[in-house]
Design a protein around this ligand. Structure first.
Ligand SMILES: [Zn+2]
Length: 383
């Protein structure tokens, strides 16, 4: 049987080790321990952590995430953190194995600190996504979206697996063009996703980068960054410090500082803490992009339209997290913080399940667009 898995998993050591994600998962899946009275609990705008999902009732990636956020807030000393067994089929998380028409594919969850540590060392998006063979550990294998001969495009419409596989290969090729600036590559990815979902031409060749297209994506990215909700971002980050605190430096006592940073001038924070270090963190971003483009939207069993919308939104929110977390700790964004921020951005989007606007490319026009040489394609240009 053909097994395709991210090359980073060659060195993966989460499944049996005492990784923070495995501890949180245990606490999220096992029944609640009666809480000691701590006085009034504050009202959260984000809503309570989701209830534990009975194993086997949902596709495991989303169910694993729900359990993770529930368990991440468990207090140190909670006996569920150290329970020996992970109940049910979600117990493979942060790994998920899927049956596809081409074999079995493994996906990883970026909320696992062990996964991010491997990503930070890699920076080779295509290798990450296309290692083959050699997998030995036993995993439950799932088939999302039925037997997976078709893949949902939007509600009521599907494309063939082969078309999806072609689209994914094209997207990975765009991500892998590491000589091009990050935002230039993301622009082509966004244009390609719009062709696939909006125009329903998933096997169309990758679009060329135009000045007009770049400005449209950059404007979209900036507007999605601005739209993120500081209060909910802060709550999610604070609730999950056990999963990212080692990299972000955030402790649960820093809630007011984090909220102030998120609600403050995020453009100034980007310019101070992230923009000067774009080159240093781009390899880590590339690793994240490779894993996300490879896995989304099938890992959460979504339509392509929804999964790709979440992907673009998660990147925008991740940039906001990176700037604010760096501000709070008073140190520049580095690869580890960047990956923690992107994982939080991804999680924020999938957790809220709100309607997301689609990226709309510019309509064709005979007016001359701006010259590429005149465009600033660094992260500074979204500030
Ligand atoms: Zn882990």
């Amino acid at each position: 049987m053909r097994v395709v898995f991210p090359a980073i998993l060659d060195g993966f050591a989460c499944a049996d080790a005492d990784c923070a994600c495995r501890r949180a998962l245990r606490a999220g899946l096992l029944p609640d321990v009666p809480a000691k009275s701590k006085g009034k609990s504050s009202k959260s705008k984000l809503g309570p952590p989701p209830a534990a999902v009975p194993a086997g009732q949902a596709f495991p990636f989303a169910a694993g995430e729900a359990a993770l956020i529930r368990g991440a807030a468990a207090a140190p000393g909670d006996p569920r953190l150290d329970a020996a067994e992970l109940p049910g089929k979600i117990g493979d998380y942060p790994l998920i194995a899927q049956q596809t028409p081409q074999g079995v594919e493994l996906t990883v969850a970026t909320l696992c600190p062990s996964v991010r540590a491997l990503l930070a060392d890699s920076g080779e998006p295509v290798t990450i996504a296309r290692a083959e063979g050699g997998w030995r550990a036993q995993l439950h294998v799932f088939a999302a979206q039925g037997k997976r001969k078709d893949v949902k495009l939007v509600a009521g419409t599907a494309i063939k697996w082969a078309e999806y596989a072609q689209l994914r290969d094209n997207l990975l090729d765009l991500v892998a063009e590491q000589t091009a600036p990050l935002l230039a590559r993301l622009t082509r990815v966004a244009l390609m996703l719009e062709l696939a979902v909006g125009e329903r031409t998933p096997t169309a060749p990758p679009p060329l980068l135009t000045g007009r297209g770049f400005l449209a994506y950059r404007g979209f990215l900036e507007s999605r960054m601005a739209a993120a909700n500081p209060q909910e971002m802060a709550e999610l980050a604070l609730r999950t410090t056990s999963l990212h605190g080692a990299e972000s430096g955030l402790s649960s006592a820093q809630g007011p500082e984090l909220l102030a940073a998120l609600a403050g001038d995020w453009r100034a924070d980007m310019l101070a803490w992230l923009v000067p270090y774009e080159h240093e963190v781009t390899p880590a971003v590339d690793g994240w992009l490779g894993v996300r483009v490879y896995a989304a939207p099938l890992d959460r069993d979504q339509s392509l339209a929804r999964g790709y919308a979440e992907f673009l939104e998660g990147f925008a929110v991740g940039l906001r997290y990176a700037a604010a977390l760096a501000h709070v700790r008073g140190r520049q964004v580095d690869a580890a913080l960047m990956l923690a921020a992107l994982a939080l951005g991804e999680f924020y989007v999938s957790y809220r399940q709100e309607d997301l606007p689609l990226f709309v490319p510019p309509s064709s026009s005979h007016d001359r667009g701006p010259r590429m040489a005149d465009l600033d394609m660094t992260l500074a240009s979204v500030c």
